[in-house]
Design a protein around this ligand. Sequence first.
Ligand code: FMN
Length: 228
Amino acid sequence: MEPKKAKNSGAFLALALTLVMALAWVSPARAQEGVIKLLQPDFTQGKTVLQALKDRKSDRVYGSGDLSLRQLSEVLWAAAGANRPLEGDKMGRTAPSGHNDQAVDTYAFTKTGVYKYDHLKHELNLVLAGDKRQAAGLQSYVATAPLNLILVADLSKITADTGDDLQEKINIANTDVGHMSENVYLYSASAGLNVICRNNIEPEALSKLLNLPEHYLPILGVTVGLPK
Ligand SMILES: Cc1cc2nc3c(=O)[nH]c(=O)nc-3n(C[C@H](O)[C@H](O)[C@H](O)COP(=O)(O)O)c2cc1C
């Protein structure tokens, strides 16, 4: 009997060691303080673009469940991800931008905090800890849906033939965020998620919350969640 026991405890020890080693390998990357490392998109899943266009719609009712890390990752990548290298140090993006100025930052408001998306590292970096979803819009579902993106233009980055014409810069920024938002709509339709874009936000309050300099303009909210 004894040798069998010893054999079992040896196997248990090996299993425990493997688990500890696996966790030690995973945790620095995944759980570094304030950083959510996002997953690369799974290009084998989802509907065709035509089917996603057919299913695209806005939703104002959301289920209470959280998005999976995969869904969160793919929403961010659809909105603002890098999809190809370009000449120089810029990456091409999933959404076009005027003059390729790439002037729009993406903030993610979740249950755990407000994060800024880094498209080069494909990760979310904590800006404010705690649940600030209420501040992401004026409609009731905003405070409870698992994810609200706030798209913020850095008007100082918009150089495309605008000179000092502020209205022209804002026109370009509005068009940029429209493309980003539509990407999220199509991804959401493809992945079976609910979504809505909203200009019903409070830009001044958001600028204050996010401590943004004057030339940054919060333009659009995009809420994403599970169907109810
Ligand atoms: C620029 C823009 C801003 C919008 N803002 C809001 C908003 O603040 N609140 C809201 O409930 N819906 C908002 N919507 C969603 C529209 O009401 C919705 O797209 C429209 O009714 C058509 O419905 P559909 O998207 O389901 O086809 C917005 C849509 C766009 C394009």
